[in-house]
Design a binder for this molecule. Structure first.
Ligand code: SF4
Length: 357
């Protein structure tokens, strides 16, 4: 079999970001590839939407955009930029316009505006307080926090002084809770590491760590000084381990940790040998490999193909040239297919994120 091979770059890491710490712990290869290579599988439209909402929050809390007309104008400009970027990306162009793919797009837009206005008011208040109390602590929107050795670094959405201590705040545009109703572990760990950095640099432990949702609701996270310090220590050790592996030019396979949880949303599955070696032949997320045995045009304009997958014939329906790039295979080609859906009648059908290599 001769499947497409990818040669992805592995560059030295400059620092570990608190937001990527758990991801690095789970599968370092996914994160390291993500630093220097474009994704090989599509992002969901919600990721682009989240980027837009985050930009709105960032600029409102920076005091750059205020008032509904300014917000509407900013939204239109940034949405246009994101959609143009998507249009030039073969993996994303079919998700246009974004409004068609995001459920309740206009309602979500209004909620985003409402929260952006609130953020602007917060920053105005922050400036007044700052002038009156001559704060000596490090507060404000979009602040870089970095350990003294520079190994752990990242940007905090907002740091404010509530009069009794420092609050570290992070805006989230997606789901905040796990299925069991607790705040996602990634978010908790991220904020606790920021608290550890703040304490190391300013010799003051924040009084509160807060996650803010798209609706503006604030969710505090419990923490102790010790767990923040331990997480910071763990992040430093992880930086040292990965840094030395990269500098020693160890095989990239050493970094790969395939598992259901780790690989599910990985956009580099097509390049990862360890993924294919460890996954069942029929693929865990409806990813398949095989030799093209038959190509059948269908009356509705789509095509279906039959793949020889370890001597088992597997039919894939619903291949559409508008949506599914890189499908120009011919009989006898070895192809990899990602993100299919397994139907009740045991046939595979394409989805909006199906990709062929
Ligand atoms: S496919 Fe799995 S093992 Fe490979 S890089 Fe992605 S997450 Fe890691």
């Amino acid at each position: 079999m001769s499947y497409k091979e990818f040669s992805l770059k592995i560059a030295p890491i400059k620092s570990v970001s608190p937001s990527r710490f758990l991801g690095l712990q789970k599968c370092a290869l996914r994160e390291i590839w993500g630093l220097s290579n474009s994704p090989l599988l599509p992002s969901l439209p919600y990721n682009y939407f989240g980027k837009l909402v985050h930009l709105m929050f960032e600029n409102s809390s920076n005091g750059i955009v205020n008032g509904l007309p300014a917000l509407e104008a900013f939204w239109a400009i940034e949405l246009d930029k994101i959609e143009r970027e998507m249009k030039s990306d073969e993996l994303a162009a079919h998700f246009l316009p974004l409004s068609k793919w995001i459920k309740n797009f206009h309602v979500k837009r209004q909620i985003c505006f409402k929260h952006s206005l609130k953020l602007f008011e917060n920053i105005a208040l922050h400036k007044i307080n700052d002038g009156q109390s001559a704060l000596t602590t490090y507060t404000g929107p979009e602040l870089q926090l970095k350990t003294l050795d520079g190994k752990i670094a990242g940007k905090v959405d907002f740091i404010r002084d509530n009069g009794f201590g420092i609050e570290i705040i992070d805006y989230k545009t997606g789901a905040i809770f796990e299925d069991d109703g607790v705040i996602k572990a990634d978010y908790k760990v991220q904020l606790k590491i920021y608290a550890g950095i703040y304490h190391e640099v300013y010799n003051e432990l924040p009084s509160k760590l807060i996650v803010v949702g798209l609706n503006g609701e604030e969710y505090p996270i419990d923490f102790t000084k010790n767990e923040c310090a331990e997480l910071l220590l763990g992040a430093r050790k992880l930086f040292d381990d990965i840094d030395s592996c990269i500098k020693n030019k160890n095989s990239s396979e050493l970094f790969a940790q395939p598992s259901l949880d780790n690989c599910k949303y990985c956009q580099y599955r097509s390049a990862c040998q360890k993924y294919w070696q460890n996954m069942p032949a029929s693929g865990l997320f409806c990813d398949l490999r095989g030799k093209v045995k038959d190509i059948v045009p269908v009356l509705n304009g789509t095509i279906s193909i039959v793949l020889d997958n370890d001597n088992e014939d597997i039919r894939i329906r619903g291949i559409n040239k508008e949506c599914h790039k890189f499908y120009n295979f011919i009989i006898g080609d070895d192809v990899m297919v990602f993100n299919l859906r397994l139907d009740a009648n045991a046939t595979f059908t394409t989805t909006a994120t199906t990709t062929f290599y």
